[in-house]
Design a protein around this ligand. Structure first.
Ligand code: ATP
Ligand code: MG
Length: 417
């Protein structure tokens, strides 16, 4: 679990603001659900034979009342619970988004933490592939706005459960015939969740997986039409994608379209930064009236890792740093700082004592565009000296104190804005 220190906040904020603006442009509304939910919600909502439920949940008994609780490992289950509880679908289909921390007990490594953050979207009550396409186009727009260009879309169709059952039979037959080549994980999953074996990263099993019966042979007409509809819309918008028949996603509840965005920058190993798909059975499984759903979640830390490489470093804390003849000038300096803030400027007022030299050092480190100086002379004359900290020539001007804000605004302020 990580601390997110002040130096990283600029990056986080930039990401969060860009997300908020892009999702709003598609009409998604934010929902905030609790970080703690009843353990049973995740057992039913995620599926008992998934990585998450088998070994990644932080679950505990509430000592005060004996309830079984879990720190949310993902948010789809919680959002769907809230939508059912508050009857939101009675108002019509819902386009929702969320952001916040998730918790999974995994082995920490680059891009994999025990507390991490997701931004996710859930579109509930929409059947067609048009909403699937919308979600993918929205992602593409977000990457574009953020300036990320090395993300690639992979899609697949998981069909419907009857189709998967037939495929599953064929898969179990095939894998049983090759049981001696299976690793322990695969042997354990052979009868409980054979589809997940296709997702194995064990190099020794890759050729076996390559030749396994593919689900697409088992898809019926409706599933095929849904998948083709999605592809037609993506092509129409010129959004490049690859069909990856091995993309099955980690959670049990998906059907039809599933997708992932994978980072393909050359200097780092490929990493999935976003994953999602359709989950038409989930609302009913969690006790609601049957309705389709589709969504995705972005791994925020993984995106920020990529973003850091393309963004210029931003470290400005303020527009203006007030340097003054402390401590005698405290009263005048407070007045001046408040007056500058009245005009919308972000101001760091030097607090405590210290020489002008040390105050200027702090002004530089703050990233401020201007220092406003109140020395003994200035105070005596009701003046302030304004120093442009970004110009090599260090231009400066003396103006009446009450005009300091106007002067700065007129001369165009700020690296921050
Ligand atoms: P993986 O197969 O890599 O474990 P997953 O299927 O468990 O991924 P999802 O549940 O689909 O991941 O979560 C969506 C996204 O959240 C992932 O694509 C990833 O970017 C991010 N994510 C998942 N787990 C973690 C984690 N432990 N730390 C940081 N980010 C994570
Ligand atoms: Mg995982």
């Amino acid at each position: 679990m990580n601390d997110v220190l002040p130096a990283q906040q600029g990056l986080w904020r930039y990401f969060e603001e860009t997300v908020a603006s892009v999702v709003t442009s598609y009409g998604y509304r934010q929902i905030r659900t609790p970080i703690l939910e009843h353990t049973g919600l995740f057992l039913r909502g995620i599926g008992e034979v998934t990585d998450i439920v088998e070994k990644e949940m932080y679950s505990f008994t509430d000592a005060l009342n004996g309830e079984q609780l879990t720190l949310r490992p993902e948010s789809t289950a919680g959002v769907v619970r809230a939508v059912i509880e508050h009857h939101l679908l009675r108002e019509g289909p819902q386009r929702l988004w969320y952001q916040g921390p998730m918790f999974r007990h995994e082995r920490p490594q680059r891009g994999r933490y025990r507390q991490f953050h997701q931004v996710g979207l859930e579109a509930l009550g929409f059947e067609g592939p048009d909403i699937d396409a919308e979600l993918m186009l929205l992602c593409a727009r977000l990457w574009d706005e953020l300036g990320l260009h090395n993300l690639h879309l992979e899609i697949n169709s998981l069909g419907q459960s009857e189709e998967r059952i037939t495929h599953r039979q064929a898969l179990i037959e095939y894998l049983s015939a090759h049981e001696s080549s299976l690793d322990d994980d695969a042997k354990r999953r052979l009868h409980s969740n054979p589809l997940r074996i296709l997702d194995s990263k064990n190099p020794a099993m890759q050729s076996l997986i390559e030749d396994a019966p593919k689900l697409d042979r088992f898809l019926g007409d409706a599933s095929r039409a849904h998948f083709e509809g999605l592809q037609a819309m993506l092509r129409r918008r010129g959004l490049a994608f690859t069909i990856n028949p091995r993309l099955v996603r980690g959670l049990d509840y998906y059907n039809l379209s599933v997708f992932e965005w994978v980072s393909t920058s050359t200097d780092k190993a490929p990493l999935t930064v976003c994953g999602g798909g359709r989950y038409d059975g989930l609302i009913e499984t969690l006790g609601g009236k049957s309705a389709p759903g589709c969504g995705f979640a972005i791994g925020v830390e993984r995106i920020l890792d990529l973003l850091q490489a393309v963004l210029p470093e931003q470290h400005a804390v303020c527009d203006v740093y007030v340097v003054h003849h402390a401590p005698q000038s405290h009263l005048a300096a407070i007045d001046l700082a408040e007056q500058l803030r009245d005009h919308g400027l972000d101001v760091l007022l030097h607090c405590g004592g210290g020489s002008f030299k040390s105050q200027f050092r702090r002004a530089d480190a703050s990233g401020a565009a201007y220092a406003v100086v109140l020395g003994e002379d200035e105070i005596a004359q009701g003046q302030a000296t304004i120093k442009d900290l970004r110009q090599a020539s260090a231009s400066q001007a003396q103006v009446p104190m009450v005009e300091a804000a106007h002067y700065i605004l007129e001369h165009g302020f700020g690296v921050k804005h």
